[in-house]
Design a protein around this ligand. Sequence first.
Ligand code: HEC
Ligand code: HEC
Length: 271
Amino acid sequence: MRWNIWSSLARICLVVVLALGGWAADAAAQETEENPYTSRIDTRMGRRLFQEQCSTCHGLNAAGGNEATGPDLTTGSFRHASSDVGLYRVIRDGVPGTSMIGVGADTQEQSVWQLVSYLRSREAANAVVELAGSPAAGQQIFNGKGDCVRCHMVNGQGQRLGPDLSYVGNRRSPNELQSDLVDPNAEVNPRWWTMKVAGPDGQQVEGLRMDEDTFTFRIMDAEENLRSFSKYGDWSYERVKTSTMPNAADLLTATERDDLVAYLYSLRRDR
Ligand code: HEC
Ligand code: HEC
């Protein structure tokens, strides 16, 4: 009998402690209205947690199995939450009466926030950005009138005289793409500097600077031929730090540039 009383008391204490723990975590979530864990590393950690713990129901990239197994979480609107704190609660406590159980109060606060960051990043990747141009028209200009394939590759088609643009939509925003087109010299990575070389008999060679050390350098010309030169031979050379890319404003109308931006921005993949 006495044993039973003590065990019941112990059990009540345990329940109180657990409840207080939950309450403390709740208070923490309320205090920090903003997600404190939003760095790229946090998002990547969140993605890992998601793939371990949530993907069986919500799909590997959170785009959902179906309503019964787990809804699409990338649409940007949630039925049970409107804020980051709301999402935090849903992930921790689940949705009562459904198979969405939630990670519980034992899971570190940081991990739950990282899951929130991951979901927000998926939503951003899917956000519908209203762009003026048409991606299909842009693709035609890219391969045709704009002659962008002369220097750029997209999915293995084109040349290597400029950056590969297969996933340029992941690293450049539509606004940045606009300025890439009309202001190619804004920031030119040394990778894209060129060399102008002149031989003793007046020959001239020009190409992308592929590598350079104290004694030699190598260039790639417009036909993608590689050539090596000694810095101490008969050839003189000059580094050119501007971009080889023509200013698209000289070649294309504003509408055509909008189409190109729409096309380039569509070149993305889920990370
Ligand atoms: C056993 C399947 C299952 C697992 C595992 C699961 N969920 Fe869910 N989840 C669901 C279902 C089903 C719903 C829809 C509940 C309802 O009817 O509203 C849901 C709903 C949600 C919602 C709310 C969606 C909305 O529109 O408000 C979020 C956010 C969520 N889950 C995140 C997660 C995260 C993060 C994990 C991993 C820690 C996870 N889920 C694990 C099945 C699951
Ligand atoms: C003669 C070669 C050449 C041509 C033609 C060319 N580009 Fe470029 N492009 C480059 C080089 C080199 C760079 C990298 C240096 C720089 O930033 O300008 C670049 C950079 C870019 C970037 C920035 C990419 C990044 O990762 O930051 C975009 C976007 C781009 N070009 C789009 C285009 C489009 C669209 C066309 C066709 C209208 C085009 N380019 C035509 C050589 C070219």
